[in-house]
Design a binder for this molecule. Structure first.
Ligand SMILES: *Cc1c(COP(=O)(O)O)cnc(C)c1O
Length: 372
């Protein structure tokens, strides 16, 4: 699993691309000049890493990733601070999660520190593509694919780790409406939807149609013994991302509580989810908030909304940071989720977004921000 980062070979492009003006950026459409690739075989382990010009792959039509979806990926952002320094955000967490996703997909493991080293070298080389305007960043997409040329279903005997990147604009902070989906599940216990891999993403598109979707999961509530619908995650088509969901409410006893569903097997271990939980425990708990990782149902949300106890609801993802949710459509009814008329984001979401961005852009000196 060892990757020798110091043996990196760099072949620079002879045709550098023009920089897309910030105002014209479309998510995922302006790739940088280069990509990072590392090949693996079961007989020889990891080969020397290479940075090459961004280019097409040549794959046999029977390749494992094309047939059976042997794939794991990550999404991370890289920032330029006011002094022009490049900053990664908790990259070791992305690599740790990618190794877990790879293990679930029978893909090889890698040493996380070496890949963080390689990522630093890669983004340094692509420095001119990292926008310096506040809110903008470079989106980095590490992938691993199974490259075995075999139609038999088995662990890949060869794989490719590769990293591509493109500049992105800030996501809009408009509050969005979600439709709760009853007829399709995103995941079920013991499945692989808690991992980051492509077979998680395509199946969320059709149930959503043209809408922003809230996935539910029906199960037996252990105390009452009746079937309830647990809130799972949201899939958003116009923001190109899936999100973990938080809701801030007042309990019947008047306690302020920030709740999100626990990870385990049906919730993706979102990195923004982790950041919001850690910041909430450090900074909101002392202000009297209770921070909970517990299962919660749409019935509970509807009841709290009916009793005017929902303070705000938001989604989290690396791509969008915090996405405020204003309402949820559920079996014909409309659950109102908080922000007052003419307010797009509630105070908790706003504060979280501010805290996270000030760490990402290095305004606040914090161990999560890793200088290159
Ligand atoms: C990536 C992803 C998220 C968000 O995770 P972050 O690490 O916060 O970006 C949520 N759900 C799914 C299914 C995902 O793939």
């Amino acid at each position: 699993m060892f990757i020798n980062a110091s043996s990196l070979q760099i072949a620079r492009t002879r045709t550098p691309k023009p920089i897309t003006p910030n105002g014209e950026l479309v998510f995922g459409e302006s790739m940088t000049d280069h990509m990072l690739v590392v090949e693996w075989t079961s007989s020889k382990g990891w080969d020397s890493p290479k940075i090459t010009p961004y280019q097409n792959f040549s794959l046999d039509p029977a390749t494992g990733v094309l047939q059976y979806g042997f794939h794991a990926f990550e999404g991370m952002k890289v920032f330029k601070d006011e002094k022009g320094k490049i900053r990664l955000f908790r990259p070791e967490k992305n690599m740790e999660r990618m190794n877990k996703s790879c293990a679930r997909m029978s893909l090889p493991s890698f040493d996380e520190e070496s890949v963080v080293e390689l990522l630093k070298k890669f983004v340094k080389l692509e420095e001119r593509f990292i926008p310096s305007e506040r809110g903008f960043s470079l989106y980095v997409r590490p992938n691993m694919i199974g490259t075995q040329q075999s139609l038999s279903v088995g662990p890949p005997n060869s794989a490719l780790l590769y990293v591509i990147a493109f500049p992105v604009r800030p996501f809009p902070t408009r509050a969005m409406h979600l439709e709760a989906v009853e007829h399709a599940l995103r995941t079920s216990p013991g499945g692989a939807a808690s991992k980051k891999h492509s077979p998680n993403l395509a199946p969320v598109v059709a149930p959503a149609g043209l809408q922003q979707t809230l996935f539910l999961f029906s199960d037996i509530e252990p105390v009452a013994g009746k079937i309830v619908q647990y809130i799972n995650e949201a899939g958003t088509m116009d923001l190109f991302c899936t999100m973990n969901i938080f809701f801030a409410l007042k309990t019947k006893a008047g306690q302020k509580e920030l709740v999100t569903a626990p990870t385990g097997s049906i919730i993706l271990e979102g990195l923004m989810r982790l950041c919001v939980l850690e910041l909430a425990r450090e900074r909101l708990q002392p202000q009297g908030w209770c921070v909970s990782e517990r299962k919660y149902t749409i019935e509970e949300l509807a009841e709290a909304a009916h009793e005017q106890r929902v303070l705000e609801v938001f989604g989290t993802s690396t791509a969008a940071v915090i996405v405020p949710i204003k309402s949820i459509g559920h079996t014909g009814g409309l659950i109102k989720c908080g922000p007052r008329e003419n307010e797009e984001m509630g105070p908790v979401g706003r504060q979280m977004r501010g805290w996270i961005e000030s760490i990402q852009y290095g305004d606040e000196n914090h161990p999560w921000s890793v200088e290159v």
